[in-house]
Design a protein around this ligand. Structure first.
Ligand SMILES: *[C@@H]1O[C@H](CO)[C@@H](O)[C@H](O)[C@H]1NC(C)=O
Ligand SMILES: *[C@@H]1O[C@H](CO)[C@@H](O)[C@H](O)[C@H]1NC(C)=O
Length: 351
């Protein structure tokens, strides 16, 4: 789940231990990157107060992400996109390019650090049979509900109605084996807890609503509602604007969509490793599990932590990113907790 507030007590101890990583200043790495069309920056934006609790970079033995014996997504993952509300073609294209960038199949088509290398951290998680999470992800179907069939305010439960009615209307059918349903709500749809407590979440559908138990995720476009919360660091809250560096320039020119990309990455990583909420998470509370994305929320590069996003790249036009995708795309995607390193990591780590 992309939860904003604050699993404070649990995280407080470790952020004290890790505070040295927060004081790392911008590294002079230019000489390593003279041949690259970007420079490495550490924006030193003030921490987003909504998410400062969940930052890890150094390894920590206090974090104990445990396996609870449930399934993970080991078969090639088939994604069904449900576009709820009005979306422009460029908005859809950016999101589809991001999802298409994950699969290892497409890896040789793009530059490093790459989105598919980012997913390699996710594939380190296994099930009881030692089968790894799949590195094959493809979009297998799309459905657009442009009529706001279930209104412009959705709750956790009515999102399942959106899935149910989409399954009836769409050309794709229920895929019980390896289907994942991704509900994306447009900028004028409000969702229960959106902006206040979450930017996205994943769960599974109830047979009584949808006819099957299907893993799904929801992510909303915060464009007209709370960019400072859900599209940070492309938008920073007003109280920070005066006192420090401003917001970063989004790599695909749309703050709401570029903000969604990182949340979609976070939710897909968690959904793959905890699809029925009984597989990989930390903490003892399955109602509020701390999952492999939650541990790294808001962390995008080395030298981050303690609320800072870390070292990321800036290209000639000022767009900020930390990984490449298909079709020459650039994305800024948060890091993922590695069960091997026992730390957050990403393909742009500067080790
Ligand atoms: C599968 O997971 C194990 C355990 O984390 C890891 O050692 C191995 O490299 C993983 N394989 C792939 C292909 O990711
Ligand atoms: C939502 O926004 C779109 C365009 O941004 C507009 O066409 C549509 O009428 C809006 N719908 C509602 C229900 O507000």
């Amino acid at each position: 789940m992309t939860t904003l507030p604050l699993t404070f007590i649990f995280f407080f101890t470790s952020s004290v231990l890790l505070s040295s990583s927060a004081s790392v200043e911008t590294l002079d790495l230019k000489h390593h990157h003279d041949d690259k069309p970007y420079t490495i920056i550490n924006p030193k934006l003030q921490p987003n107060t909504f998410t400062t609790s969940n930052k890890y970079e150094g390894s920590s033995n206090l974090v104990n992400v445990q396996y609870h014996m449930g399934p993970v997504l080991t078969s090639p993952i088939n994604i069904y996109l449900i576009w709820y509300g009005k979306w422009t073609p460029p908005q859809k294209q950016t999101i589809k390019h991001f999802i298409s960038s994950i699969s290892t199949n497409n890896n040789h088509h793009h530059l490093k650090p790459s989105v598919s290398d980012w997913w390699k951290t996710v594939t380190l998680y296994t099930d009881q049979t030692n089968a790894n999470i799949s590195n094959r992800i493809q979009i297998r179907g799309e459905y657009s509900d442009t009529k706001y069939t279930h209104g412009t305010h959705l709750t956790r439960l009515t999102i399942q109605d959106v899935i149910a009615s989409s399954l009836k209307a769409a050309s794709f059918k229920v895929n019980n084996k390896n289907g994942v349903y991704l509900v994306l709500t447009s900028d004028n749809v409000t969702v229960q807890d959106f902006c206040r407590a979450v930017c996205g979440f994943h769960y599974f559908t109830f047979p009584s609503k949808v006819g099957s138990t299907l893993p799904y995720a929801w992510v909303g476009n915060s464009g007209k509602q709370c960019l400072q919360v859900c599209a940070y660091p492309f938008a920073v809250p007003g109280y920070m604007g005066g006192g420090g560096p401003g917001s970063l320039k989004p790599p695909n020119g749309d703050v709401g969509i570029d903000g969604m990309i990182s949340v979609i990455g976070h939710e897909l990583a968690e959904l793959a490793s905890n699809p029925l909420v009984n597989a990989w998470y930390a903490g003892s509370d399955p109602i509020a599990p701390t999952e492999i994305g939650d541990l790294c929320e808001g962390l995008y590069g080395s030298g981050g932590g303690g609320g800072y996003i870390g070292n990321v790249m800036k290209d000639g036009s000022g767009q900020t990113f930390n990984m490449h995708g298909v079709n020459g795309r650039k994305f800024l995607v948060q890091w993922i907790w590695s069960p091997v390193l026992k730390a957050c990591t990403g393909p742009n780590a500067l080790d």
